[in-house]
Design a protein around this ligand. Structure first.
Ligand code: FES
Length: 114
């Protein structure tokens, strides 16, 4: 079984409520820790305009685009309000027992199915 997870950061690099912009295998990824401590990885490009979502604010389990305020669900990538209408891709995340965070950039979970 192939393992396409790439180590990207450690849990200690990312406090709850923070987002980090990373390049993983040539993709711009926003690594986000929700306010409950869960870790998520989304494409770091707002689906409304070409700006980095990692520069936005984490609120609960959403990431708010700094430019026009659309909030994206961190689990599904779907925008919860206008002006964005298309979801952004979400990638699988693994957190190992030692706190190592890994992202699988090759297998987007959502974001392409409307
Ligand atoms: S650029 Fe993100 S909501 Fe407009």
């Amino acid at each position: 079984m192939s393992d396409s997870f790439v180590p990207v950061a450690r849990l200690t690099d990312l406090a709850p409520g923070e987002a980090l912009g990373l390049e993983v295998s040539g993709l711009e990824i926003a690594l986000v820790r929700d306010e409950d401590g869960g870790v998520h990885a989304l494409a770091d490009i707002c689906s409304h305009d070409d700006v980095a979502l990692s520069d936005g604010d984490v609120e609960g389990c959403t990431l708010e685009c700094w430019k026009h305020g659309s909030q994206f669900d961190l689990v599904t990538g779907r925008p919860l309000q206008l002006p964005a209408v298309r979801p952004v891709p979400v990638y699988p995340v693994r957190v190992d027992a030692d706190g190592q965070i890994a992202v699988d950039p090759e297998h987007a979970l959502t974001g392409s199915a409307g």
